[in-house]
Design a protein around this ligand. Structure first.
Ligand code: PEP
Length: 254
């Protein structure tokens, strides 16, 4: 049976001391057998968090962005997928809506970053989702399929089998406006239908996370949906108690 993946995106939060403390608290949690945990600290804190969790198999560490798709080179201020792997990451977020909207990352850049991540043996967590305007217009599924297709067309089916997808409606991120479980399920199921047009096994095996104001109050309903295989958690992952509760809720679902 597929395990839930519960991933915490810490964004640009925390100091060396506070993230060390948070990681230490997480290291003491007993994750349920059907849950894999992952955390995405800021680049600067990756090494320290990794040191805290070094003998703890429950947690994987990821980066919030593959800053540049090139391997190495004269790119002042950038960080490559190879360097993330070398620093101990096993996952990387690609196309978080904050990267798409605030930093203008387009489909071509995101496809290149996905390829670079895969070449470095990192699992890309590809984030897709619609804005509130796109939801109101009713064409949100088309938008989401287009976001996925743009990456699929570049990386190809064999590579796409190695990614994780996170459905994160932009209107739900950091707003407290969580998608209703049925709304999220509708999109997750439509993503599987879209993937089925390429391959049935790709569709069935894809791990699809929900993200957007997920917390311990709404997690149960969301995780009970048949096509939701975990969560990408922002604000609620900054408290070990709250994040631990979300993991425990996933642990109760058969
Ligand atoms: C996110 O940014 O990926 C996210 C899901 O944030 P939040 O849980 O705070 O809405």
């Amino acid at each position: 049976m597929r395990k839930f993946l519960i991933a915490g995106n810490w964004k640009m939060n925390g100091t060396k001391a506070s993230t060390h403390q948070l990681a230490s608290e997480l290291s003491k949690l007993d994750l349920p057998a059907n849950v894999n945990g992952a955390i995405f600290p800021a680049f600067l804190h990756i090494k320290d968090v990794q040191n805290v969790l070094v003998n703890n198999d429950s947690w994987q560490i990821g980066a919030q962005n593959c800053a540049h798709q090139a391997d190495f080179g004269a790119l002042t201020g950038e960080i490559s997928a190879n360097q993330l792997r070398d620093a101990g990451c096993s996952l990387v977020l690609v196309g978080h809506s904050e990267r798409r909207i605030i930093f203008g990352e387009d489909d071509a850049v995101l496809a290149a970053k996905t390829l670079a991540a895969l070449a470095a043996n990192l699992t890309p967590v590809i984030c897709v989702g619609e804005t509130s305007e796109q939801r109101l217009n009713g064409n949100y599924q088309q938008i989401i399929n287009d976001q996925l297709r743009a990456i699929f067309d570049v990386v190809g089916i064999d590579n796409f089998r190695k990614v994780v997808i996170a459905y994160e409606p932009v209107w739900a991120i950091g707003t407290g406006l969580v998608a209703a479980a049925e709304q999220a399920q509708e999109v997750h199921s439509a993503i599987r239908k879209f993937l089925e047009t390429y391959s049935e096994s790709l569709s069935v095996n894809m791990q699809i996370l929900y993200g957007g104001s997920l917390n311990s109050t709404n997690a149960n309903e969301l995780f009970n949906m048949p096509d939701i295989n975990g969560g990408l958690v922002g604000g609620a992952s900054l408290s070990a108690k709250e994040f631990g509760s979300i993991c425990a809720i996933a642990g109760e679902i058969n």
